[in-house]
Write a protein that binds this ligand. Sequence first.
Ligand code: NDP
Length: 330
Amino acid sequence: AREWRLRTRPTGWPTPDDFELAESEVPELADGQVRVRNVVLSVDPYMRGRMSAAKSYAAPYELGEAMTGGAVGVVEESRADGFSVGDHVLHGLGWREVAVLDASEARVLDASAAPASAYLGVLGMTGLTAYAGLTRTASLKEGDVVFVSGAAGAVGGAVGQVARALGASRVIGSAGSPEKVRHLTEDLGFDAAFSYRDGRVSDHLRELAPDGIDVYFDNVGGEHLEAAIGSLRLGGRIAVCGMISVYNDTEPAPGPRNLARLIQTRGRIEGFLVGDHYDLAGEYFRRAAGWLADGTLSLRETSVDGFENAVDAFLGVLRGENTGKMVVRL
Ligand code: NDP
């Protein structure tokens, strides 16, 4: 079966040459293991960090070895209790066509409740990221004015919709194109949205939130973060989820120049990792299933067909080619 390996560690923007499509033997199953044929793979911005050797929260990919990532597949053979041939499972051995893994590392999914890809997005890691960041890190309260960057992406779209469901009075999003801006206000129910490629973020924010914002959910960093600090209201909270604008930088980017505003606003900036909040998963997935059923949450995604196109899909996420969660269908 085929797998994608990391061939070289990029400096700056990754290119297709950093990856290699290789053939590998599928091992025999040991007791307690399952063999899974992947049907949908996740490609995510955090994988850019794993291409570097620098120590971070997720281990670096090893050169010359298959990469890993979220995936949903169908069990082809099972030597584990509770796993039958034909079951859909969620697991972490993406970037390959066939995965052999310990059953303890896979979770059986209800494939009749939602499409398989939903478990990589709104009913999975990215949805939980939105929920944990809003409810815990940003301490979202009813009536808050919320601003989210990367709003047309997997996490950002969920942030806007979940914030509304939890009582935010106004939700503002930024994204990288007029089509995405329209998608936010017309399909996802954002109150206002703008393209960060058109003018200055701070000018847009001042216009769309003249009285300021209570919560900023940061997916982007850089100019967005500085603008959000500039618009922060008394007691405002900034949840730092990601900073995709700097992931391909070769030099550290300058920080926000207006941090002193945190003093007068008693503002708070706090980073978080979804991995620390899996105790919320049951609560979130229950609520999200209800929100999906009643239309509060929508399941927008962008999919790329073909295992051989997984790298293009991943590079596409970094370039903004996705609306909603980007997935690869095999
Ligand atoms: P997205 O679906 O949001 O895809 C990434 C998007 O980022 C692109 O579509 C693109 O949209 C936007 N983007 C790319 N470059 C820039 C830039 N220079 N400035 C502004 N926007 C840019 O990915 P996810 O929803 O999976 O992830 C969103 C963020 O959340 C990332 O920063 C990621 O690292 C982080 N994350 C953090 C987690 C945690 O535990 N803390 C967990 C999961 C994700 P556009 O066209 O709008 O530019």
